[in-house]
Design a protein around this ligand. Structure first.
Ligand code: KIV
Length: 338
């Protein structure tokens, strides 16, 4: 049994990284100095039994999404944001065309299996941001600021947001709240940290809201959310998530502020949309929120694939000869007896 792939195979595995496409095919995006280290693909590495890079099939002209480009999409082509928590999903969603990948504190629910987002830590966000950053070439990466990571003091907020950018390699942070977080947004923006704000249904306030409930349904509540939206835009946020509010309120907010709004359960009149990737791909079998469209049923398909694997192993049909290594060839193998 192999506990660990041999060195040559480990190097070949590292060439699953998207930036290796250029070395493999001679085409692909410009190579930056830090990419060069990983791009030394040789025939020996490529033929390693542990797998090889998939040849790139197209030359991409896509460029990295940035804060100014996000802002420029106000009233233009809708922005597409989706959550991501690891490198493999990040690559899939990035290649699929996402403009922004949000390393959301929803990871507390879909990855960690909790009932809410409250126990997610800054360390968790940093860890998942790093993984997402490794799998992403084009999308702008937003790191969510967890519960109590920005409301204790502005110094604390800057330190935590700074870690999400410097250690996590995210490009901006998101935080929940309206007028109450204006001083924090001003301090972060002043420190060169771009901030995406988030109003309406703010999951970190689940207990104050009495559950995950649509917000702003009465006139007073709607006015409060509108005032919050204007305040965070004035404070310097570059975009605003509108979650769980009536669509007419989302439309009014979108028309009242000059930064893009990105809706989730907020109707079609926002400047963009965001969904949790597990919801959108159908990986959450017990959860069917009204605002989610499932673009696939990956839980059902993955379970069916697992059932086939179980049957194939138990019947002896897998592994077949094509999955099996023959005896070693050559003088070195004879000398080592392997
Ligand atoms: O954490 C998250 O995934 C979010 C989105 C739902 C907007 O905040």
């Amino acid at each position: 049994m192999f506990l660990r792939a041999p060195a040559a195979a480990r190097r070949a595995l590292s060439c699953y990284q998207p930036q290796c496409a250029k070395a493999w095919t001679g085409v692909g995006p410009a190579v930056t100095p830090s990419d060069k280290r990983d791009n030394r693909m040789t025939e020996e590495k490529a033929s390693a039994p542990y797998g090889q890079a998939r040849p790139a099939t197209e030359v991409s002209t896509r460029k990295r999404m940035t804060v100014p480009k996000v802002r420029a999409r106000k009233g233009e082509e809708p922005l597409v944001m989706v959550t991501a928590y690891d490198a493999t999903f990040a690559r899939l969603l990035d290649e699929g065309g996402a403009d922004l990948l949000l390393v959301g504190d929803s990871l507390g629910m879909v990855v960690q299996g909790n009932d809410d987002t409250l126990s997610v830590t800054v360390d968790d966000i940093v860890y998942h941001c790093r993984a997402v950053a490794r799998g992403t070439r084009y999308a702008h990466i937003v790191g969510d600021m967890p519960f109590l990571s920005y409301n204790v003091s502005p110094q604390d907020a800057i330190r935590n947001a700074g870690r999400i950018l410097s250690e996590g390699r995210a490009h901006s942070v998101k935080l929940e709240g309206g007028r109450a977080v204006v001083p924090v947004i001003e301090r972060l923006v002043g420190a060169g940290i771009p901030v995406m704000a988030h109003v309406g249904l703010t999951p970190q306030s689940v207990h104050a809201m009495g559950g995950f409930r649509v917000q702003g349904r009465d006139q007073e509540g709607a006015q409060r959310i509108l005032d919050d939206a204007k305040a965070v835009a004035d404070a310097g946020a570059y975009a605003l998530v509108l979650e769980g509010i009536p669509s007419d309120l989302a439309k009014r907010i979108t028309e009242s502020i000059d930064i893009p709004t990105i809706g989730i359960g907020a109707g079609a009149d926002c400047d963009g949309q965001v969904l949790v990737c597990y919801d959108m791909l159908g990986l959450t079998p017990d959860l069917r929120p009204k605002f989610v469209r499932r673009f696939d049923e990956l839980f059902d398909r993955g379970r069916a694939a697992m059932e086939q694997y179980v049957a194939a192993v138990r019947s002896g049909e897998f592994p077949a000869p094509e999955h099996t290594f023959g005896p070693a060839k050559g003088p070195r193998a004879v000398a080592t007896g392997s």
